[in-house]
Structure formats: structure tokens, C-alpha cells
Design a protein around this ligand. Structure first.
Ligand SMILES: Nc1ncnc2c1ncn2[C@@H]1O[C@H](COP(=O)(O)OP(=O)(O)O)[C@@H](O)[C@H]1O
Ligand SMILES: [Mg+2]
Length: 222
């Protein structure tokens, strides 16, 4: 597997990064029998709080805070990336849960990971905040044919279906659009119960949505 290092990130907090990182890591381990390492790169440690004591098979969690200071950004991020690469030698896939990211750090991050997963809600504010990320990936990966960026429509009102065709039409080729995750209390409940929706809300709509997203991700990394 060549694309094994995935980073979930956004310039904003509260968009669903941790929810997505935790559930796709558990989903890839459970549904695809992949050995996963969930990297908690957020100094706040939300995914460690969520899954730190997990007994999910084939899933490990490791803290490795993303260097987010403007000083010596380049070197610090290279070291961070090298640790990820080293970790990746002993597993099938790495999912890194990142803190809200500054655009300069993001530009360096692009070179350290294989895929960038960006949760985006339906509001124009969230889209506008994501444009610089879309643009950076576009210019950094002009020469590659496969999508480096994956947009995950996140926290979508359950009665809303996103206009997929319209979004795909305007997305650059370096980006792809994943199936959507709706706003569902089962996601919140899973975090309270410190497990993934596949265990806390088996066969629920939230679980089905995650399974769809997990299979989309699995296709994109193989
Ligand atoms: N699809 C969803 N449905 C319902 N609640 C969600 C969903 N995604 C995230 N949340 C909730 O929104 C809040 C922020 O989510 P979180 O995953 O921690 O975002 P981030 O890591 O981007 O800050 C949490 O309370 C979480 O439970
Ligand atoms: Mg988070």
C-alpha cells in the first residue's frame, strides 16, 4: 500500500476532524482488517481522550503533536513527518488527527503525508476557509494524477443532500469528494462512550455513513 499516511485537518476547529479520524481508523481496522495507527497530533489530545483505552482489534493510538509554531516550522515538520514515516513501517495505515492548522504549516504538511482529508460543512464560511487549503494542494501536486485531497462533507443536516455533481464540477483534479456524514447524535454518543459508532450504534444511519466513508477511503489508498 503506497498511500498509507492520511492527515485529517482544517483551518477551523469543531468541524468534525476528530470524529472522522477516530471513526475511519476504527472502521479501517474493523471492516478492512488493516493494522491502523491513529496519531493524535492535537495538543488538546481529543482522540486520546476518545480512544486512548481502546480494545478495538488492530487499532493503536499514539500521541505525536504537530509542531505548530512559526519558528523553524520547516525542520520541525520534517522531523514530525519522519516519525510518521517510521511508524508507518509497522502498520498498514496511519490516520493523523490534526489541530486547526495555520496555512504556512499546512503548506509544509502537504509534503509529509500521502492524503489530506478535510471535513467541510455546508456553510459558505466553512467553504471559504477551505479554499486556501484546496489551492495549496492544487499547486503542490500539479504533477500527480491521483487526488491528494479528500473533502468530507461533515455535520450535514440529516434532511439535506449535498449537491455532489455541482461540487465535483468545480473541484480541481487534485481533490475528490467523499460521501457525506450527517449531523447525528450517534456520533456525539460514540465520543461519550469512548468507542466508535460501529460498536456504540451498530447498524444505525451514522454507522452506515461511516462504513461508506471508510470504503471510499480504502479505495483511495490502495
Ligand atoms: N457528524 C456529526 N454529527 C453530530 N455531531 C458531530 C458530528 N461531527 C462532529 N460532531 C460534534 O461536534 C463537535 C466537534 O467535533 P470534533 O470531531 O471534535 O471536531 P474537531 O476535531 O474538528 O474540532 C463534537 O462535540 C462532536 O461530537
Ligand atoms: Mg479535534
Amino acid at each position: 500500500m503506497k498511500n498509507k499516511i492520511l492527515a485529517v485537518t482544517n483551518r477551523k476547529g469543531g468541524v468534525g476532524k476528530t470524529t472522522i479520524a477516530v471513526n475511519i481508523a476504527a472502521g479501517l481496522a474493523t471492516n478492512y482488517k488493516m493494522n491502523c495507527v491513529l496519531i493524535d497530533a492535537d495538543p488538546i489530545g481529543s482522540s486520546t481522550l476518545w480512544l486512548g483505552d481502546t480494545t478495538i482489534n488492530r487499532l493503536k493510538i499514539k500521541r505525536l503533536t504537530l509542531p505548530n509554531s512559526p519558528n523553524n516550522k520547516y525542520h520541525a515538520l520534517q522531523t514530525w513527518g519522519a516519525t510518521l514515516l517510521n511508524t508507518s513501517l509497522n502498520c498498514d495505515v496511519i490516520i493523523a488527527d490534526l489541530p486547526p492548522i495555520e496555512i504556512g504549516v499546512f503548506s509544509e504538511l502537504i509534503n509529509q503525508v500521502n492524503k489530506i482529508i478535510v471535513p467541510v460543512g455546508l456553510s459558505s464560511l466553512e467553504w471559504e476557509a477551505s479554499f486556501p487549503l484546496i489551492e495549496r494542494v492544487m499547486s503542490a501536486s500539479k504533477d500527480i494524477n491521483e487526488a491528494k485531497g479528500i473533502i468530507v462533507p461533515s455535520r450535514i443536516h440529516p434532511q439535506k443532500i449535498i449537491p455532489r455533481e455541482k461540487i465535483i464540477e468545480v473541484l480541481p483534479t487534485q481533490w475528490t469528494l467523499a460521501p457525506q456524514l450527517s449531523l447525528r447524535s450517534d456520533f456525539q454518543k460514540a465520543s461519550e462512550l469512548k468507542n466508535w459508532v460501529g460498536n456504540t450504534a451498530k447498524n444505525s444511519t451514522a454507522h452506515k455513513e461511516i462504513n461508506k466513508l471508510v470504503s471510499f477511503i480504502a479505495k483511495n489508498i490502495n
